[in-house]
Design a protein around this ligand. Structure first.
Ligand code: GYE
Length: 332
């Protein structure tokens, strides 16, 4: 394996594996202990959100030398081209496994075929790639459609409890990166429930890139355009923070005793605190702690054990009623 790695590095014109090796220690680097490491190239799609940071930390904190891995981590800064470049780099370095979180679903056939031709297994994490199943070994992540449905089901129930089931309900939606699995799944899931309610009106769905800055900007546009919003659905917590800033500036309140019902996704600590305060009505969890799932899959593959094609992480929904007991243990 190391011989291949070295050839790969030469072909790649000395890749970044070399950059992390201490000067003059090449011989040491090839010591027996190193030979056993599982070499993983990981292309993270970016660092747009608190969720993403937690996801990167989970993977970096698990695929460690102590656990038997040599991890090469690349941040693609939201650009598919950067991810493709990183994956090609991993292929020429002949890593043992490629792990990556595809920024959007389309456009991966060519590079994944190249990985397959090179005999390198590919593990998708978090988001999916819309390719033939033979082009990747397995996927670990969240059921995003289910998350969207859960948001809709929660709203049905909340309107029932507050005696508003028959009212006309005006909804605006801030979407994540268009074409990403999380945007597609959460949109489809929520729309499926909304479609069953002729009195729910989705006034507009607008992309806000999963970031706070864009979330604020899009919410400001919504507030200028629509005087009577009943519900805001924000497809991640970072955008929700932006929504709250925009609302605050206009003196509009949200949540349990507020003017507008606010639904969020991810359930990072800062947002859960807002759920506890009743400012966010519900936060549909998306679990970023995926490092251990990936390590487990890699160990199994090393042992030639079977792995499922799809591996969903566990998650739930948080409301002011149940959030208290989770706050203390939330690490991100
Ligand atoms: O919800 C959002 C992030 O794909 C599940 O991406 C992920 C989403 C997550 O930036 O915060």
């Amino acid at each position: 394996m190391l011989a291949c790695l070295l050839i790969g590095i030469l072909l790649a014109g000395c890749g970044s594996f070399w950059d992390v090796m201490p000067q003059g220690k090449e011989e040491d680097a090839l010591s027996d202990a190193e030979e056993d490491l599982i070499v993983v190239g990981f292309s993270q799609l970016g660092s747009e959100s608190v969720w993403r940071t937690a996801n990167s930390e989970s993977i970096q904190g698990t695929l460690t030398r102590e656990n038997g891995f040599f991890l090469e981590f690349n941040n693609a800064r939201q650009k598919q081209d950067n991810q493709i470049k990183a994956i090609r780099g991993f292929i020429s370095q002949r890593v043992d496994y490629i792990v990556f979180s595809p920024v959007t679903e389309e456009g991966w056939e060519t590079v994944l075929q190249e990985a397959k031709d090179a005999g390198i297994p590919v593990i998708l994490v978090d988001r999916k790639a819309s390719v033939d199943e033979s082009l990747y070994t397995t996927w670990v992540g969240s059921d995003m459609r289910k998350e969207g449905e859960n948001a809709g089901i929660w709203l049905e129930e909340y309107l029932r409890q507050t005696g508003r089931s028959d009212e006309e309900i005006n909804i605006v939606v801030l979407q994540g990166t268009i074409g990403s699995s999380s945007q597609i799944g959460r949109t489809e899931g929520f729309d499926a429930i909304a479609g069953a309610h002729p009195n729910w009106h989705i006034l507009q769905q607008e992309p806000a890139d999963f970031t706070t800055a864009k979330g604020k900007e899009v919410m400001e546009q919504f507030l200028r355009k629509y005087p009577n919003i009943d519900v805001v659905v924000s497809q991640n917590d970072d955008m929700t923070f932006g929504v709250l800033q925009a609302m605050d500036e206009k003196g509009i309140t949200t949540g349990v005793n507020g003017d507008v019902i606010l639904i969020s996704f991810d359930a990072v600590r800062e947002a859960l605190e807002m759920v506890a305060q009743g400012v966010i009505n519900v936060d549909v969890e998306c679990n970023p702690v995926q490092g251990e799932y990936i390590a487990d899959i890699l160990y199994r593959l090393e042992n030639n054990e079977m792995v499922e094609k799809e591996n969903c992480v566990k998650e739930q929904i948080f409301t002011p009623e149940n959030v208290g007991e989770y706050l203390d243990t939330r690490t991100y």
